[in-house]
Design a protein around this ligand. Structure first.
Ligand SMILES: C[S@@+](CC[C@H](N)C(=O)[O-])C[C@H]1O[C@@H](n2cnc3c(N)ncnc32)[C@H](O)[C@@H]1O
Length: 245
């Protein structure tokens, strides 16, 4: 009887120890799980914060680059700040990504419109960027390694692009400060650009002005204009020109 009771007590104690060990294991497992979750959340937060900091640094860097370029040559830079993503997206919205061939961008600067074109679905390798500033060209080469970056004058587009175009372009996207040039030179630029593009290709141009930056009278152009993009400094509109007929 005593032995049976002793035996029963021993088994109960062993069960109890097993239960304690199992409970400890469960507590440890729960602790590891919580620690893992905390670590995961912390890593995600750290990544987000450093990405946001990187983007802020890039943006500030681009603003500074622009101001420097504007101080060096205000007429050529044409603006003290890069275009906002809203204006850039509006410009890109007039390019049909399904229409084949290269897309020529003139005056890409630090590349906000270039980014919007890529986000629109135009493969980077289709982009031909013509930029006058050597500093901006170096930056564009870093940022868009698969695009063709041509350092040169967009007002002599055919000559500047000689040897770079293997087929006609599907669109021309321009951020040039056109009003710093006389009307005849602006018209000549657009005519030259159209000679490098397929029929029906758009010439897309933004402006802060209330009037068309490309002279339209007797130019044989069809045109349309967007509403004002207010989320840009200063607000701007986008003109789209096509050859008529
Ligand atoms: C108003 S900024 C626009 C930059 C950028 N696309 C944006 O929207 O922020 C004009 C750009 O055109 C470039 N540019 C001015 N005249 C040029 C020319 N004749 N040929 C090529 N690029 C030119 C300037 O260096 C500058 O980067």
């Amino acid at each position: 009887m005593a032995a049976r009771i002793e035996g029963e007590v021993r088994v109960t104690a062993a069960d109890f120890m097993d239960s304690v060990a199992e409970a400890r294991l469960r507590v440890s497992a729960a602790r590891y799980k919580v620690e893992d979750e905390v670590r995961g959340t912390a890593t995600k937060l750290k990544t987000r914060v450093s990405r946001a900091a990187g983007e802020a640094r890039t943006k500030l860097g681009d603003e500074a680059r622009f101001i420097k370029s504007w101080i060096d040559d205000p007429l050529r830079t044409g603006s003290v700040t890069p275009s906002s993503p809203f204006l850039a997206r509006r410009m890109a919205s007039y390019v049909d990504p399904a229409s084949p061939g290269p897309v020529i961008e003139i005056g890409p600067g630090t590349g906000p419109v270039t980014e919007a074109l890529i986000a629109r679905g135009i493969d980077e390798s289709r982009l031909i960027l013509v930029e006058y500033s050597p500093e901006f060209c170096a930056l564009l080469r870093e940022r868009f390694p698969r695009a063709t970056i041509v350092e040169g004058d967009a007002y002599a587009l055919s000559t500047t692009l000689a040897g770079h175009l293997t087929e006609k372009a599907s669109a021309i996207v321009s951020s040039l400060p056109l009003f710093t040039r006389p009307p005849a030179q602006r018209s000549a630029l657009v005519k030259d650009a159209f000679s490098l593009a397929v029929d029906g290709a758009p010439f897309i141009q933004f402006t802060y002005s209330v009037i068309s930056p490309v002279p339209r009278k007797g130019a044989g152009l069809k045109s349309q204009v967007s509403d004002w993009v207010l989320r840009n400094i200063p607000p701007a509109r986008v003109w789209v020109y096509r050859r008529a007929g």
